[in-house]
Design a protein around this ligand. Sequence first.
Ligand SMILES: NC(=O)c1ccc[n+]([C@@H]2O[C@H](COP(=O)([O-])OP(=O)(O)OC[C@H]3O[C@@H](n4cnc5c(N)ncnc54)[C@H](O)[C@@H]3O)[C@@H](O)[C@H]2O)c1
Length: 468
Amino acid sequence: MNETSPTAAPLAIPDPILVTGGAGFFGSAFVRAALAAGARVVTLDALTYAGHTDNLGGALGDPRHTFVHGDVTDAKIVGRVLGEHRPAGIVHFAAETHVDRSIDEPSPFVTTNVLGTVRMLDAARAALARYSEAERARFRFVHISTDEVYGSAANGERFTESTPLAPRSPYAASKAAADGFVGAYRATFGFPATIVRLSNLYGPRQLAEKLIPLTVRRALAGLPIGVYGDGAHLREWLFVDDACEVLLAVLARGVPGAIYLAGAGVQHPNLQVVHAVCDLVDALAPPGETLAGRGISARRELIRHVTDRPGHDRAYALDTTATRAALGWQPRTPLGEGLARTVRWFVDHPEFFQRTAALYDGERLGLGGIAPSDVTAASLATGDVTASSATASGVTASGVTASGVTASGVTASGVTASGVTASGVTASGVTASGVTASGATANSTAPGGVTAGATPPASTAPRKRGTP
Ligand SMILES: NC(=O)c1ccc[n+]([C@@H]2O[C@H](COP(=O)([O-])OP(=O)(O)OC[C@H]3O[C@@H](n4cnc5c(N)ncnc54)[C@H](O)[C@@H]3O)[C@@H](O)[C@H]2O)c1
């Protein structure tokens, strides 16, 4: 099996196919797989920080492939693409996908994952009304979802198609909401949609904010490798080519209205996966003198257990019995083989990390900080802000007005605040160093000689950053 032809025998799939989010990790692998299976492909992608046309590689020069730069929430663009290309099928990948970012700032996940899906469904329904009966009968809308919509699996539990959804992260909640709309369009309008819920994926071109590529990047650079919590969280890691195969099978043989589950069938703790990646990096790029000079003989020694993600699901597991029987699909790539191919790809493509390093520099995300866009000036001025155990460093704030602020266990360093007005501030356990406050007005100043001028920036710290 090579990277451009994951299927042994091409399946008869709808042609042409519209792929949303096709410049991302999974979408771009699927674009290559669909082209290899003989279909023409139209990729619609907004090229957010997570997408890049480089991911499409050779597909960009393929005359059977068309790239359209556009947002799935933009009804005009989506309508135009459907009108111009008259796709026989749509595979809807486009999404905000990083759980940590959804914790820091949930609303873009609602916009893209929920509204974007509804816009795609509406546009596809409108397009179908102009299709012939035969075209309508053949048309498929495949919505890409995740095992995370089910929440955390209990010991020994495997989610089935009918397990109730119980999402626990903003990302998972947005995907579950999108799944709900897809099901509703099926029930209400008879819309020919199918949902595929997949377990954690990995492979070449995955953005280095996700566990496996981030581990490879930091291991290669000799940087500390963060493992959330105890690292015992169980995931079923599915190689991206195997995931593309199940989608081709759904397009060829799937039944409208069905839900298909695709997982690797074997759970591994995150720490074990990180160990395996470190060992593979050691084998392909021996630690060398720089690391030896720091007393490090193996990349595993770079591993640090860091604060767990809030609400981190302990386990996911999918019961894929029905999907395997219905589609004749099964994963073909054992984790060891898939990881070896993945690490080898990253080692052979240093330009990938060079390009994506500018998008994400490895800072810790997802500790639950309040994102600037979620905090309006009005809510800052009038709302009761409560912060506990907040840690802020390198914060710069200006023109902040706060009232009813309660802060405890706040540690702030290197804070610069100007034009701060604070009233009714109660602070305890505040440690502040290097604080510069000008124009601060404080009532009820905090105990311990810390002026309230330092408190608002700490309590409204936009994002918490640290070593991952
Ligand atoms: N990667 C996984 O482990 C995994 C597992 C299960 C399901 N999924 C699902 O697969 C899909 C793709 O995941 P991925 O890992 O490739 O994500 P990714 O973050 O690598 O790529 C997302 C792509 O969508 C594009 N995009 C984002 N917002 C858009 C918008 N508004 N309009 C058009 N394009 C937009 C981005 O530019 C990018 O190319 C998602 O729906 C995700 O929920 C992923």
